[in-house]
Design a protein around this ligand. Structure first.
Ligand SMILES: [Fe+2]
Length: 292
């Protein structure tokens, strides 16, 4: 390997995150994160599959005909591709756990769903992950921190790995190829929020940020992919319930879209059904709660 080389020397992808005030990027992250955060929170997939398309559409897309591209998240940004980089190797082992016993590094679980058009979860999607080790090195001789798996019947996946180390020229990231049966491969990368290098890596794209939180001495990340794949038609969306207010926000409660709570003296409205948990207080997850 050549650690001094970034994955994409000469890449000209715009850095949408770090050159401005962050407001625009944050807004996009919020919209993009809405669905994946709700899935991670345990919302029932069938309900999500039928309800999210409408709920995830923000106001600017309502009343307009939808583009013939995936619109699972908010109507205008399917999971964007990113270049493969120089460290991909075919024929990775079939496994969901990439961590060898005793391997150094902060444990990381990445979970989520793969959706097609109309927010239909896609089963049997091949996900091939590869990443650097804790020191920022890729294993080009073997298959350390490389592995592929398939989404289950609900379109879900779980990857057990470590937080990848940094190497020169790049911010922290995980590479992945996603392919529905018989369909083109989406090659992309997943990123970590709060990384200083996100603002200087030309490849970084806030649309590819995972939700990441600390848990049990490690990290838990969530990300949902949206592939350009036709899915089964879904039921017509229904309007989310609204009032009455649900009182003070508390962890461990099932909130529905439209629910209203108070937290820290401020009022919030739930944007997506989820089960609350510590670390996802309304001010911290704009994908789930909007201040009113
Ligand atoms: Fe890389």
């Amino acid at each position: 390997m050549t650690p001094s080389d970034p994955d994409a020397p000469g890449a000209s992808a715009p850095d949408a995150s770090g050159t401005g005030t962050g407001t625009g990027a944050d807004r996009r992250i919020s919209r993009k994160s809405l669905l994946r955060a709700a899935v991670a929170a345990g919302a029932a997939v069938p309900l999500l599959a039928t309800g999210t398309a409408a709920l995830a559409r923000d106001a600017e897309t309502q009343g307009r005909s939808l583009k013939p591209t995936p619109f699972c998240d908010d109507g205008d940004d399917p999971t964007p591709p990113q270049m493969e980089g120089p460290y991909f190797k075919p024929n990775s082992p079939l496994r969901t756990d990439l961590v060898a016993p005793g391997a150094p590094g902060t444990r990381l679980t990445v979970s989520g769903h793969v959706f097609g058009r109309n927010c239909v979860p896609l089963a049997g999607v091949l996900l091939d992950f590869w990443q650097a080790d804790h020191a920022g090195a890729y294993d080009m001789a073997g298959y350390t921190f490389r592995g592929h798996q398939f989404t289950d019947s609900s379109g879900a996946f779980t990857l057990r790995t470590i937080v990848p180390g940094l190497y020169p020229g790049r911010t922290r990231h995980i590479h992945v190829k996603a392919q529905a049966p018989g369909r083109p491969v989406l090659t992309t990368q997943l990123y970590f929020p709060g990384e200083p290098r996100n603002s200087t890596d030309a490849l970084f794209d806030p649309e590819l940020l995972m939700n990441v939180r600390s848990a049990g001495g490690g990290r838990e990340g969530t990300f949902d992919f949206v592939l350009d794949v036709d899915g089964r038609p879904t039921d017509p969306p229904t309007d989310p319930p609204t009032d009455p207010p649900s009182g003070s926000w508390a962890p461990g409660r099932a909130y529905a879209a439209g629910d209203r709570v108070t937290h820290g003296g401020a009022a919030y409205r739930c944007l997506q059904a989820h089960t609350s948990m510590a670390g996802w207080e309304p001010p911290l997850v704009p994908a789930l709660w909007r201040r009113e």
